[in-house]
Design a protein around this ligand. Structure first.
Ligand code: FAD
Ligand code: 2MC
Length: 382
């Protein structure tokens, strides 16, 4: 879709169909078990890479499939129909890999991207610290230059994939306080001095681990710098422009699944002598769910086109779309749960898993208050 053209192209429909088929075969039948037993589905993730889904917007020169952000959103949305947690995990890998491809030197790209595009190695994105979440530019992990190495000390909090993933695109302080003193470094899991906390016990996102990462005097070659010293915050934020679209898309996909489940369930379930879908109250609820979902999807697709096209207002649109898609997604899933009555609360039906998985999308990759901050301050600045 280009802006002003309100339909997907044939190529976009084809990629969407490919992702839907992959989801139906490889994700949907297993996602309940991954959630319940906290299984990290590395084989399925590797199979996604065979379709190019490990490097969706990485350039072809680096082995990626070089698609736009709308195509990425379509893929994430389709996979989230089966499992939002696994889809979001793949999104984070894509974001970190893209940062290396877009801003890295030939050396750092050559060193890491071949194994990342095939997902033989997986990448994490390390911005948040125990003392700096929303105020990301206050991060304290320090990298001090020592000859042709940086010596990195500090810790990162809530890192998706930590412990499992091999590659950590890490925002570190090489200079002054504030955003301009931050650089982006690629750190490997197996470098001496890297260690991991316990796997966090979470409400949702059970198909992937979340851990603290600690760097204790880790010696990282200077060639692992992504971009120049001081560029790290800008690089981290431009990664998040796309990441936020994908998280929004994961909410749309999860919510669409729950809407479809609710339509099916309310047509089958009978009370007071008829299907509950025959009550107008039910139809009005379903109508609102579908309408709000389509509105959020439309904004997200426009925002995705803006990020692909490097539009000047892309960050604001990505923030608006993330805020609306994640809040709407959770609200749609909540109503789907209500329409299932007591059964919606049981693990026998998938709704409660989506309810738990989508909840965190309003918090991570920037809370929805931070999204409002990004939009609001630009509005009053204009
Ligand atoms: P805080 O910043 O302490 O915020 C607490 C509350 O205060 C929030 O409601 C917030 O919106 C509000 N608030 C803060 N400042 C303001 C303000 N100025 N105005 C209004 N309200 C405000 N991070 C990574 O770097 N990499 C990852 O892979 C990653 N994965 C994650 C996975 C999970 C499961 C979770 C839960 C988090 C993950 N995060 C990751 C961290 C996530 O990005 C942060 O949790 C998030 O940015 C919020 O930071 P915080 O938790 O420190 O909350
Ligand atoms: N693209 C490029 N550059 C950007 C940018 C973007 N989207 N956003 C900001 N910048 C630049 C900005 O232009 C400025 O550059 P300069 O110094 O040249 O003027 C610099 O970065 C600093 O920007 P701000 O002045 O906006 O920085 P501030 O400290 O006020 O706050 C804020 C920015 C609040 C928007 C940012 O800290 C933020 O997004 N916080 C939320 C943190 C977050 O999203 N964490 C997610 C972690 S990842 C995760 O959760 C996962 C699951 C992977």
């Amino acid at each position: 879709m280009t802006i002003g053209q309100f339909d997907l192209t044939d190529d976009q429909r084809e990629i969407q169909e490919l992702a839907r088929r992959f989801t139906a075969d490889r994700i949907t039948p297993f996602a309940g078990e991954w959630d319940e037993q906290h299984i990290f589905p590395r084989d399925t993730i590797k199979a996604a890479a065979e379709l190019g889904f490990g490097a969706i917007y990485v350039s072809e020169e680096s082995g990626g499939i070089a698609l736009g952000r709308l195509e990425a959103a379509l893929i994430m949305e389709a996979m989230a129909y089966g499992c939002p947690s696994t889809s979001a995990f793949i999104s984070i890998h894509n974001m970190a890999s893209w940062m290396i491809d877009r801003f890295g030197s030939a050396t750092v790209k050559g060193k890491y991207l071949p194994a990342l595009v095939t997902m033989d190695q997986l990448a994490s994105y390390c911005l948040t610290e125990p003392g700096s979440g929303s105020d990301a530019a206050a991060l304290k992990t320090r990298a001090v230059r020592d000859g042709d190495h940086y010596v990195v000390t500090g810790s990162k909090q809530f890192i998706s994939g930590a412990g499992e993933n091999e590659v950590y695109v890490t925002m570190v302080r090489t200079g002054e306080d504030g955003p301009r003193g931050i650089s982006a470094l690629v750190i490997e899991r197996d470098m001496p001095g890297v260690s991991f906390g316990a796997n966090e016990r979470k409400l949702g996102w059970h198909s992937q681990p979340t851990r603290q990462v600690t760097f204790d005097g880790v010696r990282v070659p200077v060639e692992n710098l992504v971009g120049h010293e001081g560029d790290g915050f800008r690089i981290a934020m431009s990664g998040l422009d796309g990441g936020r679209l994908n998280i929004g898309a994961c909410s749309l996909g999860g919510a669409q699944r729950c809407l479809d489940e609710a339509v099916r369930y309310t047509r089958d379930r009978r009370q007071f002598g008829k299907a509950i879908a025959d009550f107008q109250a039910t139809q009005f609820t379903l109508a609102d769910m579908a309408t709000e979902l389509e509105a959020a999807r439309a904004l997200l697709y426009v925002a995705a086109a803006k990020v692909t096209g490097e539009a000047p207002d892309k960050t604001r649109f990505a923030a608006m779309a993330k805020r609306l898609a994640t809040d709407t997604g959770s609200s749609v899933v909540d109503r789907a749960l209500q329409l299932h009555g007591g059964y919606g609360y049981l693990m026998d039906y998938p709704i409660e898993r989506f309810w738990r998985d989508l909840r965190v999308h309003s918090i991570l990759e920037g809370t929805n208050q931070v999204m409002r901050m990004i939009v609001g301050r630009e509005l009053v600045r204009e």
